[in-house]
Each structure stands twice: as C-alpha cells, then as structure tokens.
Design a protein around this ligand. Structure first.
Ligand SMILES: [Ca+2]
Ligand SMILES: [Ca+2]
Length: 269
C-alpha cells in the first residue's frame, strides 16, 4: 500500500514537473525579461517616492517641533502677587502707596494671603498670595516687550471666587499702550470659577504684517466690577508663526539629502 502510494506520488510529482517545464517553455523570454524589468523599475520608483515622502514628513515634523520650541515667555513683574509678603489672612491695608509693586493700581486693590475661610483649603494657583480687586478697581502693567509681527500671543490668568463673597464681573485684557493710553486688543470676561476655587482663563491675539499697532509696548489689564475678584499666576508668551532660520536650514538640509540620494540611486542603476 505504501509502495503504491509512493509510486503514485512519484508519478504525480513527475507530471507536475513536466507541466512546470512546459509552462516555463511557453513563456516568451524577451517579454518575461521586459515584464520583470518593468516590475523592478516600478518597485524602485515606488520605493524612491516612499523615501522622499518619509524624508519630507520627517523634515516637516522637525520644522514644527522647532517652531513650537520658539515660544517665548514675556516677563511680568510680580506675576504671582507674592510681593509684599503677608501672613495667613493678611492683605494690603487701605491707603498703602504702590499697593501692588510692578502694577499701576486704580481703585481699591492689593495683595492677599487667603485662608480656608476664603478659598477651599486656603489654596491659590501659585505660591501663597493673590491679587484682590474690589469695586471698579483696575490693575495694569506695561511690559518690556513690543507687539511683533506674525506672532500669536497667549495670556493666561487664574481667576478666583472667594467662598465668603459672591462672584461679580471681571475682565482680562491684552493690549498695547497708544499715546500713554491702554488700548485693549483681546479680552476675556466669560469665566465662572467654582465657589472657593480658581479657574484658568486664556486670551489669545495673533498679529499679521498689516497690524497697525506693531512696535507699540504690550500691556495687561485686570478689572473687577464689584467686591471681589482674585487674580493669580499671570503668564504671557508669544509664538512665531513664520519659519525661523534654523527651520529653513533643517528643511534645506533635508531637500539636499533627498537630491543626493536620488543622484546616488541613478548612478547605481
Ligand atoms: Ca500667587
Ligand atoms: Ca463666592
């Protein structure tokens, strides 16, 4: 039985080899060569296109990373209202000259070290103190930086609602100084912090080459309608919206590499 099976398998195998030989002999060698060459050529072209695409994507990713890394923090004096220092529950007394160092104050405002009677756990977003602004009070700071072209400015401020006071209206404004007057360019007044807590609010402003206020000093203004709004942790940064020289060098290097690679492949064919 086993020998019959082996003989049948041998016959079948021999038949298959015969068919295979015939199939191979039926193929036009010239046509086969051309087809193979075309397949290789197409495969090579696909690989080359894939390499170029991957290289370009890598260059683009690097360029985006470099652009994100170019965000610049603009210094703000007494941004966290930790100066001057008060003990728990302490605040700027009425009539204190220069009540918030670094800020121009109009109306009743100062710095405040709250306790758990004022905010949940006595916690503030940064450090131990906040600014407090009562009825129609405003604090303003003119910054050392000027409004630049093709930039996106992001101003972030934490806004707090005291446990023992109802939350009034407020306004956060980013602007420029024009003829010694503050001119708002962007603002926020829509935040509603939970009772006894702070919420982070953001104001953004993007400049183009046609902006009429380019070169004017940047300024920040914070305002409260009634007793009382608390502000803390004021941060401003800008991000360039045009490629910087480093980005262009990276992109140029990537393109030169691709060109060199293509030349190398053509030579080796
Ligand atoms: Ca603080
Ligand atoms: Ca409240």
């Amino acid at each position: 039985m086993a020998s019959w099976s082996s003989a049948a398998e041998r016959n079948s195998s021999s038949l298959q080899r015969g068919k295979k030989r015939q199939w191979v002999s039926d193929i036009d060698p010239v046509a086969f060569f051309h087809t193979k060459k075309q397949c290789f050529s197409n495969g090579g072209m696909i690989n080359l296109k894939r390499s170029i695409l991957i290289s370009l994507l890598c260059a683009l990713c690097i360029a985006i990373c470099v652009n994100h890394a170019s965000a610049t923090l603009i210094p703000i004096t007494n941004y966290s209202f930790e100066n001057p220092v008060f003990s728990d529950g302490g605040y700027t007394p009425i009539g204190t000259p220069n009540p918030i160092p670094g800020w121009v104050v109009t109306g009743r405002a100062g710095v405040f070290n709250p306790t758990s009677a004022h905010f949940v756990g006595g916690i503030v977003p940064d450090g131990n103190q906040t600014a407090f602004l009562n009825k129609d009070a405003k604090i303003t700071q003119v910054l050392s930086a000027a409004l630049g072209t093709n930039k996106t400015y992001t101003l972030q401020v934490d806004v707090g609602d005291r446990l023992d006071v109802s939350f009034p209206k407020y306004k956060i404004e980013l602007g420029v100084m024009l003829n010694n007057q503050f001119l708002a360019l962007a603002s926020d007044s829509a935040g509603l912090p939970d009772n006894g807590k702070f919420t982070a609010r953001t104001v953004t402003y993007t400049t183009l080459e046609t902006n009429p206020y380019l070169g004017k000093p940047l300024a920040i203004s914070l305002w409260s309608s009634e007793i009382q709004v608390n502000f803390d942790n004021v941060h401003l940064e800008n991000q360039n919206n045009t490629p910087e020289p480093a980005t262009l060098i990276l992109l140029g290097g990537g393109l030169l590499f691709i060109a060199g690679y293509c030349k190398h492949r053509r030579r080796n064919k």
